[in-house]
Design a protein around this ligand. Sequence first.
Ligand SMILES: [Zn+2]
Length: 126
Amino acid sequence: MRVYFKCLACKHENQLNTDAGTRVEFEMKNPKRKYKCVNCSRHTRLSANKLYTKQSKLISMISGIVFLVGTLIALYFVVQMIYKMETVVGIYIIASGLLIPVSIYNILNKEDQKRVKIFNQTYVKE
Ligand SMILES: [Zn+2]
């Protein structure tokens, strides 16, 4: 995942890719605590406690698309059924289908929030 730190000199927000899930793991993989700023090229010495992660934009985007497309497809069928005057049960089934994209959206977001929470709430000993 991506973790971020702010350069002490220029305040630029830098990102690092890591497979560490917590700050403790991150610190074990980066014991020197030295990170280079891509903006001003200065090396910043930081405790892993100063690193943080955020919700993935990609996951928000994917879940947003699933939500939108799923909702539109379901709405299309609802409109079709109303137009053809089909049964209320049919409309009910399609309307329940609306819950699928909503669930996918929720699951994706919750998993990502969990990841962010785990990283941001574990600290290393200074
Ligand atoms: Zn900088």
